[in-house]
Design a protein around this ligand. Structure first.
Ligand code: DGJ
Length: 723
């Protein structure tokens, strides 16, 4: 998959080609990324144009057409004739951050090297490592590129080594930079806030620099470490899209520059505003990995590429490709107002409805009297009812009024002399310190073994402020945030290895740390604290752009909804939640008998279709506005969901054209669930069986017509079996 000929590296599989070139024996230039090419023979050679104010390096003083400012580069620096956004900056002892990277050599590995202390992709692949050296010999940079035969993902990362006899300071170290020869792109990114995560934004690339980033010490609700550059005509089903998703859970920055000559550069990696790293002679620094993705066939194929890659080459543990239990979580059911009796009442009801896992959320540790027989007693009782038992923890935080803080006031992130800031009355423990990490590890070991615990929800409810560590010297304070992430990853690595039978779900006030880095340790994440089905349509659509369905926690909650006060029918709430790792988060004991009977039907239905939903191929048939349609398909079954938010007068009949079926196979409609009218939600749910078979071509090209039912918040489902 990797060749080197005529000074060019050609990385190629069935999905893409990626070409780099060594120019003038030392400059590593980017030449091509896109559809796979048989060979790269340079049909569009780099134009040599004399550009005013684009300077020349000393070796080319008399060659006014040779400037790094106009050449497409692989890992650019600022200050050596290139004025565009740089990929890195290394400050030397003399105070300069000017350097020049020259090509030295390359190696190809058939086994992917691991990234020390960081989450990274794995599996059958080939890795190209290119060694570059600073022209004055101060440091080396190793660029790593991994190609997987079965995936459109190109995994990149970078390693720095200090080869000088003095300290050097890395002030910026992106995981990847890409130069495109044009700027005919739309930027697609995922922005949001708490309870409004990963909203899709699409806008034209325009001259200047566009940045999305986090300085919060978490990938954040506000911006996801993901970006796509799509051709303006690209849509869900066609057109070229390039994307990058950072395999990292801390502060990050992504910048896209459309510069003076109409080219585009994007750079993705650690956020240089809150990062630097000092290397002693001989020491090395590893950046996080980034998953670059190319789709020649639109956004659905881009997402499918990420879903498959993360499931097969990033997620680990015994649950990664196991269907996930249907849970009931007591958070929105009781908040902090619970006791053993209430929890067991939920468990009884859950058992009766066919649910499989009971999760005890926040508050259990505050007042142990809440649980008359302790955690162990509760877990036993839950197990006796045939359910699994899950527990919420928030190991990264403490409070001012705690024994831990009184004993170790230096164990929190804080700047001496300044009072620490609070978030939800909490202080952030300093995970950049080994002693703090050891404390958390041992505390969690105790909790995880104090009862039979089958599931852990790992929460983190505030972002970092005063990212200063009492343990680090002044010159290393800007390392605190990244060291925290390394500490967190080390803890997660150990705990997930020591407790392989626990299913871990990560959470940060909902989806504040929903990123590929966390997926390496925990195969599912609570998508958002917003459980309103209508808001979830957009949140889950945005999340699914980059992350697999099986990784998205989604629960049915009560109406009026606790976040937005909206009243929606049970079927709408249920189907939206079914498009993920499904569960309930309301006081199920208070449901009417009719609702309970409906839930039983839905739960039975979900159990049947969940392999297809969680492990099948996901396609967005319709996205946004008033309507969404989602398709899940595997070799056995096709599940189609259609959602219409508001009923509209005089609307055309909606035809849904299914996607990527086998034209020659018959698909038998086994189940059809139309919406019930709002206001008659109490009426018994019926699943209509209308056994009709259609060839795949008809379903794809003629489509299915959505029955017109005048009601707001309408949710439909069709289940086809493949013959
Ligand atoms: C935030 C989570 O997202 C919620 O589900 C819940 O666990 C609360 N924290 C508990 O404090």
């Amino acid at each position: 998959m990797i060749s080197f000929e005529n000074e060019r590296f050609h990385l190629r599989n069935d999905f893409f080609s990626y070409v780099m070139e060594i120019a003038r024996g030392k400059y590593l230039l980017h030449r091509y990324w896109g559809r796979p090419l048989k060979e790269f023979r340079d049909s569009a050679p780099l134009q040599r144009v004399d550009r005013a104010f684009s300077g020349q390096l000393a070796d080319f003083e008399n060659e006014r057409t040779y400037s790094l400012d106009v050449l497409p580069q692989e890992y650019p620096v600022r200050g050596r004739t290139d004025y565009r956004i740089p990929a890195y900056a290394v400050e030397l002892e003399n105070g300069t951050n000017i350097s020049e990277l020259n090509y030295v050599s390359y190696k190809i590995f058939d086994i992917k090297p691991t990234l020390k202390g960081l989450p990274a992709s794995f599996g059958d692949s080939q890795t190209l490592e290119i060694e570059l050296q600073d022209a004055c010999g101060n440091f080396k940079v190793f660029l790593s590129y991994t190609v997987f035969a079965d995936s459109p993902i190109l995994a990149r990362s970078v390693k720095f080594i200090n080869t000088s006899s003095k300290k050097i300071k890395i002030c910026n170290a992106a995981s990847a930079a890409i130069d495109f020869p044009d700027n005919d792109f739309d930027i697609i990114n995922l922005y949001g806030g708490h309870a409004a995560e990963r909203t899709i934004q699409r806008r034209k690339v325009s001259r200047g620099i566009f940045e999305i980033s986090s300085t919060r010490g978490a990938s954040s609700h506000q911006h996801s470490p993901f970006i796509a550059l799509a051709r303006p005509t690209a849509d869900e089903f066609q057109g070229e899209v390039y994307a990058a998703s950072l395999i990292y859970s801390g502060s990050f920055a992504i910048k896209v520059e459309a510069e003076q000559f109409g080219t585009t550069r994007f750079v993705i990696g650690l956020n240089p505003d809150v990062f630097s790293w000092t290397l002693e002679p001989g020491e090395e620094f590893q950046t996080p990995e980034v998953a670059l993705n190319f789709s020649a066939h639109g956004l659905n194929s881009l997402s499918q590429g990420y879903h498959k890659f993360y499931r097969e080459h990033l997620m680990r543990g015994k649950f990664k490709d196991k269907i996930r239990p249907i849970l009931v979580n007591n958070w929105e059911a009781t908040y902090f107002d619970f006791n053993e009796e209430k929890i067991l009442a939920l468990a009884d009801c859950a058992k009766d409805m066919g649910l499989e896992l009971l999760v005890l959320d926040d508050g259990w540790f505050v007042n142990t009297a809440k649980l008359a027989h302790g955690l162990n007693g509760l877990a036993d009782e839950v197990h006796k009812r045939g359910l699994k038992f899950g527990l919420w923890v928030e190991p990264e935080m403490t409070n001012f009024d705690s024994e831990l803080y009184r004993a170790h006031p230096d164990w929190i992130l804080h700047v001496p002399d300044y009072k620490p800031s609070f978030g939800r009355h909490q202080l952030v423990l300093d995970l950049s310190r080994a002693d703090v990490c050891d404390y958390i590890l041992n505390a969690m070991r105790k909790v995880f073994s104090c009862a039979q615990i089958d599931y852990i929800k790992w929460d983190m409810n505030r972002h970092m402020t005063e990212a200063f560590s009492a343990k680090l010297p002044p010159a290393r304070q800007m390392e605190t945030q990244h060291r925290y992430m390394l500490g967190l990853y080390a803890i997660m690595e150990k705990l997930t290895a020591e407790f392989p039978d626990i299913l871990f779900e990560s959470c940060s006030g909902g989806g504040g740390r929903f990123d590929a880095g966390i997926l390496y340790y925990m195969p599912q994440t609570w998508t958002s604290d917003n459980t309103d089905a209508i808001c979830r349509l957009s949140i889950q659509t945005g999340t699914g752009l980059a992350f697999p369905i099986i990784s998205q926690g989604a629960h049915v909650s009560v109406t009026p909804n606790h976040q937005v006060g909206r009243v929606t029918p049970m079927q709408m709430r249920t189907f939206v939640a079914m498009a993920g790792t499904f569960g309930y988060e309301l006081d199920i004991t208070k449901m009417s008998d009719v609702e309970k009977a409906d839930v039983k039907i839905y739960v039975e239905l979900y159990k049947e279709i969940r392999p297809t939903i969680q492990l099948g191929k996901f396609t967005r048939l319709l996205t946004g506005g008033n309507e969404y349609a989602w398709q899940f398909a595997d070799g056995k079954r096709v599940v189609v969901m259609y959602f219409k938010i508001l009923a509209q007068p005089a609307e055309p009949i909606r035809i849904l054209r299914l996607a990527e079926l086998d034209a020659d196979k018959l698909y038998t409609l086994k189940k059809y669930l139309p919406p019930k009218k709002l206001g008659v939600d109490g009426g018994e749910q019926k699943i209509f069986f209308e056994e009709k078979s259609f060839y795949g071509d008809e379903l794809m090209y003629s489509g299915i017509a959505v029955e017109k039912i005048e009601t707001d918040f309408a949710a439909y489902m069709w289940v086809f079996e493949v013959q």
